[in-house]
Design a protein around this ligand. Structure first.
Ligand code: GDP
Length: 462
């Protein structure tokens, strides 16, 4: 190991102890009730400083450990591997004899939701080794999609005069029609959170959340832009003066608030943006703080400029106006969306609500741009998930005794289905040993990477 690595490693160890000395003694005085409100504010500031210093040191570890070049190369090699496999799958030598998976684009929902439907189809195609054929006929984005992105396949025809078998069909069926994930039956076992077995080991070394990397690669393939799209994005980059450092902020409002998500104020997002910049300032001066703002609530541009004058607010309120319309299926709206997703994904950090598919897409793409971008986000609500997925699985590495009726016990080795993170040190989940649902301290578990070897049509074994 390098000298820097060893020195830093020891510093993290001793400063973690320092953090505990500090909090513990402060809490002692709280117990004695000798503490004033002013003192509590000081305490909060000091805790913040300890926290940022520890984070800085931990992230510096990856800079002084001499593996940066390896990480970059490994991520490129793995990405090329997956992209080439998809390319081969979609361009078989004889497409008219190739096995096909037919996916109809008939879901009535937003762009993110529809794109994730195609992601699901491509995962099933990859896993069953069938060429994916999209039926654009009834798709609201049908014609526009093909103007914006490269076609999924060079040989683009759905075979005529061949009977279409319903999922799961069998090995000999030439064309299998795959229904949407909401009512696919039987459900294939290799859907997220499962990653392909032959990539699992390497991905676990490379990436903090392999499932995001995997989905990011699928989105990367689907999002191969046409020339005109590259020009569009380049023009916007100049027009908006997009530059770093920048934090991507996506604020989803309008129809989403009816019954899918809660309203969060601009200030709630900006707290995390501020934290990002405070952290960054520890590693050098930040000359200009910026956010890239994407939202379907155009008035937020004015609010942001008024309340945060020290920030440069990058983004287009014209795009936002299109996003706020009821009808979001025009070419104009699609282009605006692609611009927003593009710049959100290029940002240094993303602050949004993962309940929104749009933000999850930006995060997925972001994870195809860095060797590991799994910590470059703050979600105000959900943890990262994929619609129709199986639950995330965590494993307890420390035992826990419930402190109250809302908490659950953990024994080392327990497996837990994760329902969510409350972002206050606690997660909610179901302990599969006890079948009890409740809260547990998040630091007492680690993620369990789930992978599977895929054979046959992927529904026979589990
Ligand atoms: P979700 O409903 O937020 O989970 O995501 P969807 O993508 O399924 O549907 C939301 C739709 O609202 C998008 O497809 C866009 O048409 C529009 N929209 C929402 N937020 C934005 C935004 O920040 N920028 C743009 N351009 N469109 C948005």
């Amino acid at each position: 190991p390098s000298k820097e690595y060893e020195v830093l490693r020891r510093r993290i160890f001793s400063n973690t102890k320092e953090f505990w000395y500090f909090i513990n003694s402060e809490l002692d005085s709280l117990v004695k009730s000798t503490i004033s409100v002013k003192h509590i504010h000081n305490l909060k500031n000091m805790v913040g400083e300890h926290y940022r210093s520890l984070l800085k040191d931990v992230s510096n570890l990856s800079e002084v450990d001499n593996y940066s070049t390896w990480r970059q190369q490994e991520s490129e090699t793995l990405s090329d591997l997956v992209q080439n496999r998809l390319e081969e799958l979609q361009n078989p030598p004889n497409w008219f004899t190739a096995k096909q998976l037919l996916c109809k684009l008939e879901k009535v929902c937003g762009f993110g939701c529809q794109l994730h439907h195609i992601v699901y189809c491509l995962i099933v195609a990859y896993s069953t080794q069938r060429m994916l054929v999209l039926d654009y006929k009834n798709w609201v984005y049908g014609d526009i999609w093909q103007e914006v992105f490269l076609p999924l396949s060079d040989s683009k025809t759905l075979l005529n005069n061949v009977s279409i078998h319903q999922w799961p069909g069998n090995q000999d069926s030439q064309i299998i029609h795959l229904p949407p994930v909401d009512y696919v039956n039987p459900k294939p076992y290799f859907l997220p959170q499962i990653i392909p077995d032959d990539l699992a080991e390497r991905l676990t070394v490379l990436h903090g959340d392999p499932i995001v990397w995997w989905i990011g690669q699928i989105v990367k393939y689907l999002f191969r832009p046409q020339k005109s799209t590259i020009n569009l994005l380049n023009n916007y980059s100049k027009k908006l003066k997009f530059q770093k450092p920048i934090v991507g902020v996506h604020i989803r409002r309008t129809d989403k608030l009816i019954n899918e998500a809660k309203l969060h104020t601009l200030d709630e997002y900006m707290v995390h943006v501020e934290n990002y910049y405070k952290q960054k300032e520890l590693s050098g001066e930040v000359n200009q703080k910026r956010i890239y703002l994407a939202t379907d609530e155009p008035i937020l541009f004015d609010e942001a400029k008024r309340k945060y004058p020290e920030y440069e607010i990058v983004g287009s309120d014209d795009i936002s106006k299109t996003a706020s319309l009821k009808n979001r299926n025009s070419k104009n709206a699609l282009q605006g969306l692609i611009v927003d997703i593009h710049f959100l994904s290029l940002s240094d950090h993303l602050v949004c609500t993962f309940s929104s598919q749009l933000c999850r897409i930006a995060y997925e793409i972001m994870n195809s741009l860095y060797p590991d971008a799994s910590t470059r986000y703050t979600s105000l609500d959900d943890i990262y998930y994929f619609g129709g997925q199986n639950y995330r699985l965590n494993e307890a590495v420390l035992s826990h005794k419930a402190n109250n009726q809302y908490e659950i016990d953990l024994q080392v080795g327990d497996q837990i289905y994760v329902f969510g993170n409350h972002w206050n040190g606690y997660s909610k989940g179901k302990n599969l040993r006890t079948n009890l649902i409740g809260l547990y301290p998040t630091f007492k578990v680690i993620p369990k990477i789930q992978s599977a070897k895929i054979t046959g049509n992927g529904v026979n074994i589990s």
